[in-house]
Design a protein around this ligand. Sequence first.
Ligand code: ZN
Length: 233
Amino acid sequence: MSFSLLSLLSLLSLLSLLACSCTDTPDTGADDTDTDAEPEWGYSGETALNAYNPGYYIRYEVDAGSTLTWNGNVYDLVQFHFHGQSEHTIEGQHTAVEIHFVHARQDDATQLAVVAMLADADDVSGLVGVFDAGGALLFPDALALTESHEATALGGSVDLGAVFGFGKGTPLLHYGGSLTTPPCSEGVEFFVVGSLLPMLSADIAAFHAVYDYNYRPVQPLNGRIVTGWYVDR
Ligand SMILES: [Zn+2]
C-alpha cells in the first residue's frame, strides 16, 4: 500500500479522525477558516534522545530549535512519542505505529500542534540513519524505563531533518482536535502526513511487546473541518 500515491481527495475520504476517550467537544472549525497556507517546516537536524515513561507512552524530549510555523504562529517541537497501532487509519486499516510530534505555541504553550506520521514495517528502507545512527530506536532501553517524569539520556539521536524530509507533493491534512492521551486537551492542531514512514520490524516488535494498544479508537468527524495541501517545498 503506497499512501503517498493516494490523491488528497481520496485521502480525505479515507481518513478516520480521532476523538478523546475523555469528554470530547466537537471543534467548531473556527480556527480552520482563516488559513489556506501549509505550515513552514523548520527542523534542525540531529537531536539527542532523552526519554521518560509517564505511564502511557515513552516520551522523547528533543533539543530546542525545531519549529513549525502555521497561521502566523510559531510552535516549538517539544517531544515525540509512539502509538501502536496507529490512531488514524488508511482505508480502514491501522498501521503498526503512529508517531506524534508535539509542538507548543511560543506565545501560549497551552496551544499545541501535533504532526502525526503513520509508520509500518519495512526492513529494506526502515529508518536506518533516521532514528539514530544505528537504525535502532532504542525501544528496549526506553521501555525499560520505570514510570517517572524525569528524562533519561538514552544515547543515540534522531535526525529530525530526515524524519521531516517528506517530499514535495506529499499530502498533508489538517484538523482541529484534542490530545489522545491525558489530559486530552482541546486546542490542538493536528497535521497528518500522507506518506508512510518505514520502520524496522524489530523496532516495531520491541515497541509492541510493551505498548501494543496505547492508541485511541478512531472516531467520527463530529463536525470538524478538514483542510489539506500537497507539500510544496
Ligand atoms: Zn499521541
